[in-house]
Design a protein around this ligand. Structure first.
Ligand code: NAD
Length: 358
């Protein structure tokens, strides 16, 4: 297969973990006889240094020419966010990318590896054999995009935020969720607040209609308040969760606590045409940048998601995922996932082990 990938490493640990991920990509390329053209572009603070903007035209052009985007992370130390270089860096980079490519959904897996149960905040009796959830969050509708207004009425300050959805927006994420479930355990849980909200009633109706096109997938509906509780009493029941923008924002951050480190968590965003951006869920981790100690797994698993979901290279993606699992089973740990913090491996060593298992 011949494909072009835009690689935007960004700032902080981004370039370190991306360099290692490209080694993994090259290994897969050789093993499976593919040709991947990698086009590197600057984004975030590193782009600001060269072009005076966080999202230069040259980077946009690289993304437009590519079949998928592999993104690292952007931003500087939180206490330096007032500096010109870092001011609105994340917003200018990520939001510009979202806007440019109209990414309408965000997909975040939250997996607890059996080998890493000790760093999951939940009890063993709740984790059982591991948690493996994927949350699909709608990104372009809901209360974030409706009318926002603050005003005074009867001498009282009032504010209003309006939630809006049309059926087309819901259909897009519904199809994505059912297709994802077909590649997993064939179950979709649609989360809403249909006992109160009209947007949720429409959400439920559309999910039910689209679900009929996927007869082998079980669809269940759950109210968001119950779902939040189920996360902590029975998280193993979930396979794919699909939900609106606001609920997804909150639930995906709650689920981010399960794996025990941001260094393990990949994510993806897609537009209506299926074009995708793949990135770690965490940020640029300035506290550990430049030390060769960041966990490369989130970036490497983002590559696995890219291969599976953008290029349909299922065997190649599974090969990476199995290699990561084997490296963990063999006991290799970067600092963030080491319970005793003594015997740890560097970013590069962890990648070496993963490459050996590939
Ligand atoms: P962060 O996610 O960068 O770091 C939070 C904690 O997680 C830190 O202790 C960090 O060391 C750790 N961590 C994250 N990734 C890790 C990895 N791969 N291996 C080991 N440990 C890891 O969040 P923050 O410190 O609040 O933000 C730092 C910068 O990142 C800010 O400028 C913020 O705006 C930016 N940010 C960018 C993105 C993005 O690029 N998509 C997302 C979130 C935050």
């Amino acid at each position: 297969m011949n494909k072009t990938i835009a690689v935007l490493a960004g700032d902080g640990i981004g370039p370190e973990v991306m360099e290692q991920t490209i080694r993994v990509l090259n290994t897969i390329e050789k093993k499976f006889n593919h040709q991947f053209e990698v086009l590197q572009g600057l984004i975030g603070g590193s782009a600001y240094d060269k072009f005076g903007t966080h999202f230069p035209e040259a980077t946009k052009f690289i993304c437009q020419r590519s079949h998928a985007i592999l993104f690292g992370s952007v931003g500087g130390p939180v206490n330096e966010s007032h500096h010109e270089k870092w001011k609105n860096c994340e917003k200018n980079s990520i939001l510009s990318l979202r806007k440019e490519f109209q990414f309408s959904s965000n997909i975040r897996p939250a997996k607890v590896y059996a080998e890493l149960k000790d760093i999951c905040p939940l009890k063993d009796s709740i984790i059982k054999n591991g948690i493996d959830i994927v949350i699909v969050r709608e990104l372009l509708g809901d209360i974030y995009f409706g009318e926002h207004r603050t005003y005074i009425e009867n001498q009282l300050r009032k504010a209003i935020d309006t939630a809006e959805y049309d059926e087309k927006q819901i259909e897009i994420v519904a199809h994505q969720s059912f297709k994802l479930a077909l590649m997993r355990k064939n179950k979709v849980t649609s989360v809403d607040k249909a006992n109160v909200l009209d947007t949720s009633k429409l959400w439920r109706e559309v999910l039910t209609e689209i679900g009929k096109q996927y007869p082998t997938v079980t669809l269940e509906h759950m109210l968001v308040d119950n779902c939040a509780m189920q996360f902590f009493i029975n998280p193993c029941q979930f396979d794919v969760i699909v939900t609106a923008n606001l609920f997804g924002d909150i639930l995906s951050d709650a689920a981010a606590a399960f794996p025990g480190s941001l260094g393990l968590m990949p994510s993806a965003s897609f537009n209506e045409k299926g074009f995708g951006l793949f990135e770690p869920s965490g940020g640029s981790a300035p506290d550990i940048a430049g030390k060769n100690i960041a966990n490369p797994i989130a970036q490497i698993m983002s590559l696995a998601m890219l291969l599976r979901q953008s290029f349909e290279l299922i065997e190649e993606a599974s090969c990476i995922e199995n290699a990561v699992q084997k490296a963990l089973q063999a006991g290799y740990r970067t600092c963030d996932i080491s319970a005793n913090k003594t015997e740890t491996v560097t970013t590069e060593e962890m990648t070496n082990r993963i490459i050996e298992f590939i």
